[in-house]
Design a protein around this ligand. Structure first.
Ligand SMILES: [Zn+2]
Length: 196
């Protein structure tokens, strides 16, 4: 017999979210879900951005430079979708400057664009106060947990109940990466086996 209810079940694991960068040739506007940005030194290594894992870091050992990147969860009311916005350090500095005096970033509206129509052109950040009254927005996702999954960090940093999500995120990550690089989508294959 169907188990009817009039509300969707509450999620017990974080929803996998794509990491997005500032688009080229257009701006991106969204509402911030996170209370604050979080960031860490990263490498562009093996064709993707991944966190520096110093002191035992493969990329460092191969002389790859680090770049600090900030991450914050955003929500587009228009598309009803959440994502993780990646900001380079200079844009993060600007965001911190604009956010001075705000008790939280959550609910504030961010708009990012680039100075030129090139992939790595400087990112411009604009921050607006929350709309009043504040339209409903999803809860702030647990970014470190989601990033650990996307970055395929060792399983010890991820709880067992997140392993299904991890597989989903790995696939999603491959799709996003393929799209970003303009490559054909990867073939549908059996799930990638987690490292270690
Ligand atoms: Zn490193």
């Amino acid at each position: 017999m169907p188990q009817w209810s009039n509300t969707p079940p509450e999620r017990t694991t974080p929803r996998p979210l794509p990491i997005i960068r500032t688009p080229v040739g257009k701006s991106l506007a969204a509402t911030i879900l996170s209370d604050e940005m979080i960031g860490c030194p990263t490498h562009f290594w093996g064709g993707r951005t991944s966190p520096c894992e110093a002191p035992d870091c493969d990329a460092c050992n191969h002389g790859s430079p680090t770049r600090w990147h900030a991450y914050l969860a955003i929500y587009s009311a228009e598309n009803q979708s959440s994502a993780i916005l990646e900001l380079p350090d200079a844009a993060a500095e600007q965001l911190a400057l604009l956010a001075r005096g705000l008790p939280t970033l959550r609910g504030a509206r961010i708009r990012v664009s680039r100075t030129k129509s090139t992939r790595n052109a400087r990112v411009i950040v604009d921050l607006r106060q929350p709309l009043m009254p504040q339209p409903p927005i999803p809860a702030a996702p647990d970014l470190p947990a989601i990033m650990a999954i996307i970055w395929k960090l060792p399983a010890s940093t991820i709880s067992t109940e997140q392993s299904d999500l991890r597989r989903a995120a790995i696939k999603l990550d491959a799709l996003v990466l393929a799209k970003r690089n303009g490559k054909p989508l990867p073939p549908k294959e059996p799930d990638a086996t987690p490292r270690r």
